[in-house]
Design a protein around this ligand. Structure first.
Ligand code: FES
Ligand SMILES: [Fe+2]
Length: 426
């Protein structure tokens, strides 16, 4: 549990908040490349960190993310005309370039130099890995973006997608690092035909529902080892990486005969405001192209992270109780809800927009959740004392993978998995 004061400190990120100021030191995924393909195309509405923004791609292909509200009388620039290297407000025609500088003010006399003095807030952007990233922090310290392996691979070897989640970012992160819930929330019924021969993980998750957690603080955040009994000789390890401030890399699925050649997936939980989050999913096949059907399954709106609408809104959502089916809950899976992301969203959103952590009762399976809170609260306290988060300035430390593997019982989990975790090996 957390005190109400620490709960606020951990969760609140809107302008003026301490955690918000800390998070702003990190580059964040803002939009998918597919949302802003056309130069001079339609601007995109965007809300991040409690700020209303507008994004556009100008005539030369430069991407601007600006304050949504025109400096004149606050009309929303989403309705603006994207033309000749700038976004023109449709109310009185003021026009802004990608840096937020007002470059034309047709409502004022020709000799007026008023436009030179007008600049609206703009944030630096970069396109990487099919994602438009934004930096909303202090401009005097703009760091390099995080050097995730997936963000540097060819498009045929990586994917990214996103969906809306209607709760605070921190409880979504906590769902992502809580490796013990997979034995329950995502369980298929024992009565279902089994695929254990090919994918023994489901069996391993079911036969040992009390993983023992081991946590290491790292440059990038936390390395979380969840250990389950496999057989008399081996443990089954799932190594989840938590990367500051809101990323996870989840252990690969597939068979156990592996090298570092397994595809992997991960998430980012990017705050829209205190009560809403973009749940990003990304992944990569480090050494080969995805099969076409796999790629469509991972990145498509009706695939693994769907179904979602054209606006990236989940079709199963709190308004329709995630289409829970009580018969399916009795006979087919643990929840009666179809789709792993929908199962995750249902429980995380069911807690309320910001869970009241002062009312919880945490157990040994919550070790990773506790470590996440401790780390973030430590960083926020250090930040108040003037120390910036070092991971924000160390893009290289993001070059790691997650892993899942069988290890003989006497082998140290980090040493035993090093060939899978390093992006420089296989
Ligand atoms: S409100 Fe935008 S030009 Fe007047
Ligand atoms: Fe989950």
């Amino acid at each position: 549990m957390l005190s109400s004061e620490n709960n606020d400190l951990l969760t609140l990120i809107e302008p003026g908040s301490i955690m918000g100021n800390l998070l702003r030191h990190f580059w964040m995924p803002a939009l998918l490349e597919e949302e802003l393909l056309e130069p001079d195309g339609a601007p995109v509405r965007l809300r991040l960190m409690g700020e209303d923004l507008v994004a556009f791609k100008d005539t030369e292909g430069k991407i601007g993310i600006l304050d949504a509200y025109c400096a004149h009388r606050r009309a929303n620039l989403y309705f603006g005309r994207n033309e000749e290297c700038g976004l023109r407000c449709i109310y009185h025609g003021w026009k802004y370039d990608v840096t937020g500088q007002c470059v034309d003010m047709p409502s004022e006399p020709d000799e007026s130099r008023f436009a030179n003095k007008i600049q609206i807030k703009s944030y630096p952007t970069v396109l990487r890995g099919g994602v438009i990233w934004v930096y909303m922090g202090p401009s005097e310290h703009t760091p390099e973006p995080p050097n995730f392996e997936w963000s540097t691979l060819p498009a045929t070897q990586r994917y990214a997608t996103k969906r809306l989640q209607q709760c605070n970012w921190a409880q979504a992160v906590e769902g992502g690092i809580d490796s013990s819930h997979i034995s329950f929330l995502h369980r298929r019924s024992d009565k279902q035909p089994t695929t254990e021969v090919k994918v023994p993980r489901n069996k391993l998750h079911s036969q040992d529902r009390h993983p023992v957690f081991f946590i290491e603080e790292t440059d990038f955040g936390l390395s979380i080892g969840a250990r389950r009994n496999a057989d008399v000789k081996n443990y089954y390890w799932r190594i989840t990486q938590f990367l500051l401030p809101f990323y996870t890399m989840i252990p690969p699925v597939g068979d156990f005969e592996h090298s570092g050649d397994q595809p992997y997936n991960g998430h980012a939980w990017v705050p829209i405001d205190n009560n809403n989050t973009w749940t990003w999913s990304f992944g990569a096949h480090p050494h080969k192209n995805y099969e076409k059907s796999t790629y469509e399954f991972l990145s498509g709106k009706n695939g693994m992270w769907g179904p979602i609408t054209a606006e990236y809104l989940p079709v199963q959502n709190m308004d329709n109780d995630y289409r829970i089916n009580r018969q399916v809950q009795k006979t087919e899976n643990f929840t009666g809800i179809e789709g792993i992301p929908n199962q995750d969203a249902a429980v995380q959103e069911s807690m309320g927009r910001i869970v009241d952590r002062s009312k919880e009762h945490l157990g040994s399976s919550d070790t990773a959740v506790i470590a996440f809170r401790k780390l973030l609260l430590k960083l926020v306290k250090e930040f108040e004392e003037g120390k910036s988060p070092s991971a924000a300035y160390n893009g290289e430390c993001y070059k790691v993978r997650s892993a899942s593997l069988l290890l003989e019982r006497d082998i140290d989990w980090q040493r035993g998995a090093v060939h899978l975790i390093s992006c420089d090996g296989l």
